[in-house]
Design a protein around this ligand. Sequence first.
Ligand SMILES: NC(=O)c1ccc[n+]([C@@H]2O[C@H](COP(=O)([O-])OP(=O)(O)OC[C@H]3O[C@@H](n4cnc5c(N)ncnc54)[C@H](O)[C@@H]3O)[C@@H](O)[C@H]2O)c1
Length: 377
Amino acid sequence: MNETSIIGIAGLGAMGIGIAQVFAQAGFFVIATDLHAPARDAATARIYNQLQLPIDKGRLDESGRDRILARITIAPELSALANAALVIEAIAESVSAKSALLRELEGIISPQTVLATNTSSLSIATLARSLAHPDRLVGLHFFNPAPVMKLVELVSHASASAAALNTAERLAQSAGKTVIRCADTPGFVVNRCARPFYSEALAMLEEGRAPAEIDAAMRAGGYRLGPFALIDLIGADIHLAATEGLTAAMGFHPRYHVFDALKAQVLSGALGRKAGRGFVIGVAPAEPSADADAILLRIEAMLVNEAATLVAEGMVSVDDVDSAMKLGLNFPRGPFESASRHGSARILAELERLAQNAPAQLAGRYAIMDRLADLIR
Ligand SMILES: NC(=O)c1ccc[n+]([C@@H]2O[C@H](COP(=O)([O-])OP(=O)(O)OC[C@H]3O[C@@H](n4cnc5c(N)ncnc54)[C@H](O)[C@@H]3O)[C@@H](O)[C@H]2O)c1
């Protein structure tokens, strides 16, 4: 298993295109396909354009770009993926579509080929159930944009084989990614841990703060993008669907509450970048308010409380969750590192204050996780 291994990719949307680039840039041969001819036809030009970034940064020259593109074959049929060591599916986020594709792939690939899904929110075990050999399927969750974000979450499930997990891990590492292993639970590590980054900002919006003010406070605290700029980038509708999925999967616990402000935003059509207007797109940027530190403390207190639930559930270590949030979302610090800067006493006092002031429907949202104080160094 080395760079001469072939990586197969099914689905040439934003993620498939990015993942193709990642592996080809690392020296692998990539064979990629898409059900839709326009996606196939546009793929090479899209990767060519994406490679402008490393060229602009002086990390790649034109001949390097040509060599990378020469390692990528865009094929019209799924059967072209037959000889891949690893096939990654990056098609629409639908159990039925993914299950059908994985089943079809199983009839094409060799017994040694590992299958991976790039799903953000579906259960890997559910997808594996559609296969004759569920042991060969793993979750390999890349972040957007895949060529930039260093993290990959490797998601296991009860019937995944150690060999499939190890192969997927080795190949992702050989492509330059930092891999963290996680269990097959809703949102895996990063998307679950990041929930309060958005939702606590939405709580403050409902209390009367302006999105631009909240974003300015988070930027002043070192975050490249504030929560509302990130929602605008993702699309408020996509963000709402992801939040609703996670909430349902977590039994409607108030930590994953879906705030009305988000639903109203979707109804208004101000979905973010794709609509040309959003929470902060089309709005004048704000300066950090006098109490910007209080906004930062509130969001970071909730982030570390969620991170502590993941650690308590045995999902991830303190160090891994810190590095995952930095590498997967470009956060300036991990949640535990942020909490150490504030000190555990301030974090606990903030969560207690929030619990006291919480409206009835959010009771329990701010409950302090058992081992939180011990986990903050
Ligand atoms: N966009 C993100 O930020 C992001 C981040 C991480 C993971 N993901 C996950 O990655 C996957 C893909 O997301 P995306 O944003 O690239 O989607 P997308 O909608 O941009 O692209 C999906 C592509 O799959 C193709 N497709 C659909 N059915 C197919 C089939 N049966 N066979 C082959 N191709 C098929 C479509 O034509 C389309 O080109 C989803 O599971 C998503 O949840 C997305």
